[in-house]
Design a protein. Structure first.
Length: 264
């Protein structure tokens, strides 16, 4: 019992360490998945790749990229004891603080921010990344790229080009503009210029005061990621090059790809 208590203290108390670049560096890792698309009772962030849970790989990725980064892990309350047991089983001692997950991603990130800044005060020069717990393959270069761009511009997200042909489904109003393209299931569609689109990844990185201000806004369903929350303030988002390997593990196929990437 004493050993388990000691481990819990070890992995939930952040160390007073600084990242690079002159200010504190933080990362909020959001892990609230249920594993439904995996067809598994085990939440996807706990599924093993290379013999250890996905989430452990994700946390280590940030420590390797920015040694001394302060990590906050947002987990549903009913998963936290299981996570502590996994940490004990795998001797995982990388320091991190745990925050309670919320009803939506927005509320989970807000919980992580409150854990970072419980008094509402921020560190003026601090930077904070928000990352999906099931993206363990963000490269160190991409992570550092988002921090560098956020330091200069306030908000930065990694993106990759769209390589597939993209078709836009026509709404009723659009079908009136394209009557020759209607018909068939869904009422028609048109090809769009894929060069105008980018696929968004995480980490999404921000100056901490900016992100705190953004999360003071009331929640709306239009907030699909952290960039959309900051964008609602009227602040521009800087795009940086992502890496293709930075997949979000949500299906059994993704899990097979992850095993292959880990084996490289």
């Amino acid at each position: 019992m004493e050993a388990n208590s000691s481990l819990q203290s070890q992995v939930t108390t952040p160390l007073p360490r600084e990242g690079g670049g002159g200010g504190a560096s933080f990362c909020i890792v959001v892990a609230g998945g249920k594993g439904l698309r995996m067809g598994s009772d085990l939440p996807k962030q706990f599924l093993p790749i290379g013999g250890r849970p996905v989430l452990m790989h994700t946390l280590e990725t940030f420590e390797r990229a920015i040694p001394g980064i302060r990590l906050v892990l947002v987990l549903p309350k009913d998963q936290q004891t299981f996570w502590q047991d996994l940490c004990a089983k795998h001797h995982f001692t990388l320091p991190h603080t745990i925050a309670d997950g919320g009803a939506t991603r927005f509320h989970s990130v807000k919980s992580g921010l409150l854990r970072l800044c419980p008094t509402g005060k921020d560190e003026e020069d601090a930077l904070v990344a928000v990352h999906d717990g099931v993206r363990p393959f963000a490269s160190a270069e991409v992570i550092r790229r988002t921090f560098d761009a956020a330091r200069e511009h306030g908000a930065a997200i990694p993106v990759v080009p769209v390589v597939e042909t993209v078709r836009q489904l026509l709404s009723p109003s659009s079908r009136q503009l394209h009557p020759s393209l209607t018909g068939g299931e869904g009422g028609g569609s048109i090809t769009v210029d894929r060069s105008l689109y980018r696929l968004v990844q995480t980490p999404q990185t921000f100056q901490l005061p900016l992100l705190l201000r953004a999360y003071e806004q009331p929640y709306t369903e239009a907030f699909t990621d952290d960039a959309s929350v900051v964008e609602a303030l009227g602040h521009p988002i800087t795009l940086v090059e992502g890496n293709r390997e930075n997949i979000k593990i949500t299906t059994p196929f993704d899990l097979r790809i992850a095993e292959a990437l880990l084996a490289k």
